[in-house]
Write a protein that binds this ligand. Structure first.
Ligand code: GTP
Ligand code: MG
Length: 201
């Protein structure tokens, strides 16, 4: 898929205020600082569409972007950021879970995990929650440029082994780098294919 248009639509903290539109949407979620906003900029080829920061906790709202006038891309706040106060953290969790429970046009959640790290409890729990709520999801491994290819292969093998302890199969996954645009085509083509099939329904 080629990105012809990518525009910011709205930010808000409540699923009720999300755009009143039936367009399919794809949400990007993961631990704070994992590289969600950078990935969104890489995917859309826009340098500053989503705000990025070296300090965790930058994205604090549900942000909708309209892509090619026919689907929404959604940047969500990171979970598991220790430095925000407990009450702020609860609010994130509440509106993130409300978003996934209520947003019917949400087609697929992309759960981002840092390819350098071993499987984290909070990500495992979040994917478990998605599974229990029948929310379709894929995994996106980020920052692959920071590893040598052998190290990367080992990390991926290890991640898959951990997933297979609780899942029957490894979910669809993508390996990406916001710096080199690795994974861009694969993810955009994946979304395009789903959008095509939705139209045929
Ligand atoms: P919050 O909105 O705070 O939850 O963070 P986020 O997940 O949106 O992360 P963001 O995109 O702001 O990136 C966090 C930091 O990681 C920034 O310093 C980015 O430059 C860096 N980063 C993100 N993606 C990559 C990548 O693929 N490679 C490298 N080397 N650095 C990356
Ligand atoms: Mg962000």
């Amino acid at each position: 898929m080629k990105i012809k248009n990518a525009e910011f639509v709205i930010s808000n903290s409540s699923v009720a205020k999300c755009p009143d539109s039936k367009l399919p949407e794809y949400a990007f979620i993961g631990r704070s600082n994992v590289g969600k906003s950078s990935l969104i900029n890489m995917l859309t080829g826009r340098k500053a569409l989503a705000k990025t920061s070296a300090t965790p906790g930058k994205t604090q709202l549900i942000n909708h972007f309209l892509i090619n006038d026919n689907w929404h891309l959604v940047d969500l706040p990171g979970y598991g950021y220790a430095k925000v106060s407990k009450s702020t953290k609860n609010t994130f969790q509440k509106f993130i879970t409300a978003y996934f429970e209520k947003r019917e046009q949400m087609i697929c959640a992309f759960v981002l995990v840092d390819s350098r790290h071993s499987p984290q409890k909070i990500d495992m729990e979040f994917m478990q929650w998605l599974g229990e709520h029948q929310v379709p999801f894929c995994i996106i491994f980020t920052k692959a440029d920071k590893l040598k290819s052998k190290e990367l292969d080992l990390k991926l093998e290890n991640y898959e082994a951990e997933m297979l302890k609780t899942w029957l199969e490894m979910p669809q996954y993508f390996v990406t780098s916001a710096n080199t645009a690795m994974g861009q085509e694969e993810i955009l083509d994946y979304i395009e294919e789903i959008n095509k099939n939705l139209k045929l329904r």
